[in-house]
Design a protein around this ligand. Structure first.
Ligand SMILES: C[S@@+](CC[C@H](N)C(=O)[O-])C[C@H]1O[C@@H](n2cnc3c(N)ncnc32)[C@H](O)[C@@H]1O
Length: 207
């Protein structure tokens, strides 16, 4: 998927907006973000999840490796005069760096586009302060039909035991996984197909 090309029409698909809202609702329900938290949204895209969390936290840094997606978010930030949202170009695959020190790290539907999932979990862990929370949503294991074209897709979702193992190996404790959303696709003449999205919550030890 070419996210730079998709950026201009990303928010025009109501299914994407619904999914992001359901993921944000699950993060709010499971983690209860607070006004003294500095948050980071990894793979923020056009900021659908970022902007749901923005009023609830002190600040939110929104990182992505697509200039097109970030430009759409930057436009929203300027039009809405949001002083506590910082869009930043960061490419995890190319060793992109972020200054750490976050109380909350969220990510929605980005990890399946990253080859080194274990490395990404360690990257997230290092960015969190002791006691910081992770809320990470992605597809449950799927049969490869979700994207149609799997260019740039490195994982066909994730089995939940693998998510548990990835997060535990990176150092996260208190890991719990729940269902955040369900997407049903109807194609004429075929059985409707359901894809589910999990939310994995984990905590960095300390504090
Ligand atoms: C499916 S989109 C999800 C966007 C947004 N989180 C949402 O829920 O609408 C995945 C996002 O991850 C970003 N992404 C993919 N690989 C990345 C990487 N290596 N570093 C940073 N961002 C990445 C893409 O540019 C894209 O914006």
């Amino acid at each position: 998927m070419d996210f730079d090309k998709e950026a201009a029409v990303w928010d025009a698909d109501p299914r994407r907006v619904k999914l992001a809202n359901e993921v944000a609702d699950a993060i709010i329900r499971e983690i209860n973000p607070a006004k003294d938290m500095d948050a980071l949204d990894f793979g923020c895209g056009t900021g659908l999840v970022t902007l749901r969390l923005q009023p609830l936290v002190q600040s939110i840094t929104a990182v992505d490796n697509s200039r097109g997606m970030l430009a759409v978010l930057q436009d929203k930030v300027e039009k809405q005069g949001l002083a506590n949202v910082q869009p930043r170009l960061v490419d995890f695959d190319r060793g992109g760096k972020v200054n750490g020190g976050f109380h909350l790290l969220v990510s929605s539907m980005a990890m399946h586009h990253v080859e080194d999932a274990a490395g990404l979990c360690r990257f997230w862990y290092d960015l969190l302060l002791p006691g910081g929370w992770l809320g990470f949503a992605d597809l449950d294991e799927e049969d490869g039909s979700f994207h149609g074209d799997n260019t740039g897709v490195f994982h066909l979702g994730f089995p939940r035991p693998d998510v548990q193992a990835l997060l535990s190996s990176a150092g996260f404790g208190e890991v719990r996984i729940s269902t955040a959303a369900s997407i049903v696709r109807e194609t004429a003449g075929e059985e409707p197909q359901e894809y589910t999205v999990f939310l994995a919550v984990g905590r960095k030890s300390g504090k």
